[in-house]
Design a protein. Structure first.
Length: 203
C-alpha cells in the first residue's frame, strides 16, 4: 500500500502579518518616474577616484628678471611721456633748423629707423675690433667691448624675432654673422700668439 504524499499548507496571511510587525513594507512600489533631461539618472554610477587634495602645480619658470629691475623708479605716466615726447620733438626740430641755417645746401636728416640701430651696433663692434685704423698706426682693440656689442646684436635678433620685415631680418642676420666672424678671426689670432713669460723676480 503506497503512502499518499504529504502536503504542507502555508498560510501566507500569517507571514504577511509578521512582516508588518517587523516594519517591512510588502506592498509593491510604483516604478520611479523617468528623470527629466539634465538630471542624474538613479542607479549605479561610475565613480572616479580623485585625490582628496589636489597636487600643487609647479609654476612655470619665467625668465629671470635682472636685479636692476627692482631698483628702477616707477615708469612715467602716459601724460608725462607725451609731454616729454612733444618737448623732445620741438628741440630736435630747432637743432635741425640751426643745421640748415649753417649749411643751406644740406637736406633734411633722414628719419632714424631700425636699420640705423643695427648699423650703429655693427659699426661699434667693428671699431672695437680694430677696424678703420689708419695705416701705420697700431690698432686699438677692445675685444671685451666688442663681445658685449655683438651680444647686444644677438639680444636684438632674439627679442625682435617674428616682428621684422623680411628685409630687416635679412639685414640683421647678415650683420650678426659678419660681426661674429670678425670676432672669431680676432680671437684666433690672439690665441696663437705666444704668451710672454712673467718678469723675473728680484732677488
Amino acid at each position: 500500500m503506497s503512502e499518499k504524499p504529504k502536503f504542507e499548507v502555508i498560510d501566507r496571511r500569517k507571514i504577511k502579518a509578521e512582516e508588518e510587525k517587523e516594519g517591512r513594507d510588502t506592498t509593491p512600489q510604483p516604478p520611479a518616474p523617468a528623470p527629466a533631461s539634465g538630471e542624474p539618472t538613479p542607479g549605479p554610477r561610475l565613480v572616479v577616484n580623485e585625490p582628496s587634495q589636489e597636487a600643487p602645480k609647479e609654476p612655470a619658470q619665467a625668465a629671470p628678471e635682472p636685479a636692476l629691475a627692482d631698483e628702477l623708479p616707477p615708469p612715467p605716466t602716459p601724460e608725462a611721456s607725451h609731454e616729454q615726447k612733444a618737448a623732445y620733438d620741438a628741440s630736435a626740430q630747432r637743432l635741425e633748423d640751426l643745421i640748415r641755417a649753417q649749411n643751406p645746401g644740406a637736406g633734411a636728416s633722414p628719419q632714424v629707423g631700425f636699420e640705423h640701430l643695427v648699423q650703429q651696433l655693427y659699426l661699434t663692434a667693428m671699431l672695437q675690433m680694430g677696424a678703420g685704423t689708419e695705416e701705420g698706426q697700431r690698432p686699438r682693440v677692445d675685444v671685451v667691448g666688442a663681445r658685449a656689442t655683438i651680444d647686444l646684436l644677438g639680444v636684438l635678433a632674439e627679442k625682435t624675432r617674428g616682428n621684422l620685415t623680411p628685409a630687416e631680418d635679412r639685414m640683421l642676420q647678415s650683420v650678426l654673422f659678419e660681426a661674429r666672424m670678425g670676432f672669431l678671426d680676432l680671437t684666433s689670432m690672439m690665441s696663437v700668439q705666444p704668451v710672454p713669460p712673467p718678469p723675473a723676480g728680484k732677488k
